[in-house]
Design a protein around this ligand. Structure first.
Ligand code: CU
Length: 476
């Protein structure tokens, strides 16, 4: 009998080792109108027996999720307890340039930055992260980032899951590189370890009902081709800055650095099953970071890239272990959501074309640095001055051999064309990041409203953080 018990214990341990999974961390929350964030040097155990140095915000890795209500006036208190200067940018929020936390709005060590602003954004998930010139990748990779969930009265009327951590889950996807001592390596194409919410090899017990996932790609460079094991269909209901007009049924969702997507998965009747969230990167065409070939040509690569086991492969991101439904579960997916009103293209006052190119042509062209309109970022040169209330159409023309996720501060935009074609339905909502494939053009329309300040600027840049740090950025 003793032997049998021992055998059962050994067997169950070996099953656990085979699964070798960790319960997904769900970031703590702060709600109300006063938000205290402390950025500090700390550490976290990602691997048993190793202490990894990190930058924390109120926690060892990734900050708390901030719940904001549209219309509220909020006060942020950001204390920098690092040895280094940093900034905090509210990615996607429509705030004044002085409150935006770009590279000019620095928080020196041992000081507190106190921006106050009115929440003007649509219900969606946004995020906050450092934006210090040439240091964004380092600070964000070390863990200084967190989520913002905005709620509004329109979203509140919809029959959607919205109980955080119960049927509405944040999913922050990052690829990381650890050295032999399990310290985080920054700016390295050997980002072969996947983590979700800072958890390696994560699983989430998810109830057997309609579940909402708010997915952020917070990786420095990697693009994901998200899908569920067995090609389980899911519905995208929101993009970066708001809900879509109606859910869009998908089996794949490409998500580039900085982009967010809200999706619903229907787990009704799946209790007891385990379903992996995957990246089907083997399906990517060339010239995307994450594809087998990161450049347009076979000879174009990045040091460390070819040896990285994630590139061009289908891999697990995390697992959903389906458990019993909650009380009063959401069991259906709505047919309509909101009514996004897009500015007519004829209403535009101005157009701009931004051309992306490498500094050097040839085999090393995909290693950067990259230029926008043949110009590298200069802290002291304002690239565009835009009259308040201008409606503009921007054409992003990628003449470099790798796809770049373009991000602009202050506004949300609507895509009007992708390489001459109408964008797919899941890309027709409010966005602040768009992946511009190599050799292609993307057009969007937006309105620059509410804020203008001749003394402070907003950034636009590539959200592949090494590209941004290397000067693929401008300001307006
Ligand atoms: Cu880029």
């Amino acid at each position: 009998m003793k032997k049998l018990v021992a055998l059962i214990i050994v067997f169950s341990v070996s099953i656990n080792i085979a699964k070798s999974q960790n319960l997904l961390a769900i970031p703590d929350t702060i709600s109300g109108t006063e938000f205290n964030l402390n950025i500090y040097d700390t550490s976290k155990v990602f691997y048993n027996g190793y202490t990894t140095n990190t930058f924390g915000i109120n926690a060892a890795y990734l900050g708390p999720t901030l719940f904001l209500n549209k219309g509220d006036s909020v006060n942020m208190h950001v204390a920098n307890e690092l040895m280094d200067t940093t900034t905090i940018h509210w990615h996607g929020l429509h705030v004044s340039a002085m409150n935006d936390g770009g590279p000019h709005i620095v928080i020196p060590p041992s000081t507190i930055w106190n921006p106050s602003f009115k929440v003007r954004d649509h219900a969606a998930m946004y995020w906050y992260h450092p934006h210090l010139h040439m240091m964004t990748n380092m600070h964000a990779t070390m863990g200084a980032a967190g989520l913002i969930i905005v709620r509004d009265s329109t979203e509140a009327t919809l029959n959607l899951p919205r109980t955080y951590g119960i049927d509405d889950f944040p999913i922050v996807i990052q690829s990381k590189c650890f050295d032999a001592n399990k310290q985080i390596l920054v700016d390295n194409a050997s980002d072969s370890v996947m983590m979700v919410n800072g958890t390696l090899n994560a699983y989430l017990p998810a109830p057997a009902q309609v579940v909402r996932l708010r997915v952020l790609n917070a990786s420095s460079e990697r693009v994901y081709n998200l899908g569920f094991q067995g090609n389980l269909a899911f519905s995208q209901i929101g993009s970066d800055g708001g809900l879509l007009n109606a859910p869009v049924s998908l089996t794949r969702l490409r998500l580039a650095p900085g982009e967010r997507a809200e999706i619903l998965i229907d787990l009704n009747g799946k209790e007891g099953q385990s379903i992996n969230l995957m990246s089907y990167a083997a399906e990517f065409p060339s010239a995307i970071y994450g594809a087998l070939q990161p450049g347009m040509g076979a000879g174009q690569t990045i040091p460390g890239y070819t040896a990285n086991v994630l590139n061009g492969q289908n891999f697990n991101i995390m697992a959903f272990n389906v458990v019993a439904p909650t009380a009063n579960p959401i069991t259906t997916i709505p047919t309509t959501l909101v009514n996004n009103i897009v500015w007519p293209t004829g209403s535009a006052n101005a157009t701009k074309t931004l051309t992306f190119s490498p500094v050097t042509m040839g085999p090393t062209a995909i290693q950067g640095p990259f230029l926008i309109n043949n110009t590298s970022f200069d802290m002291d040169v304002v690239n565009y001055t835009i009259p308040l209330n201008n409606i503009e159409i921007w054409t992003l023309n990628n003449q470099s051999p790798i796809a770049h996720p373009f991000h602009i501060h202050d506004i949300q935009f609507y895509l009007t064309e992708i390489n001459g074609a109408t964008p797919p339905a899941n890309m027709q909502g409010r966005k602040d990041v768009v992946l511009v494939p190599a050799g292609q053009t993307v057009k969007f329309i937006t309105k620059f409203e509410t804020f203008c300040d001749s003394m402070a600027t907003y950034m636009y840049h590539c959200h592949m953080l090494p590209h941004e740090d290397d000067g693929m950025m401008g300001h307006l």
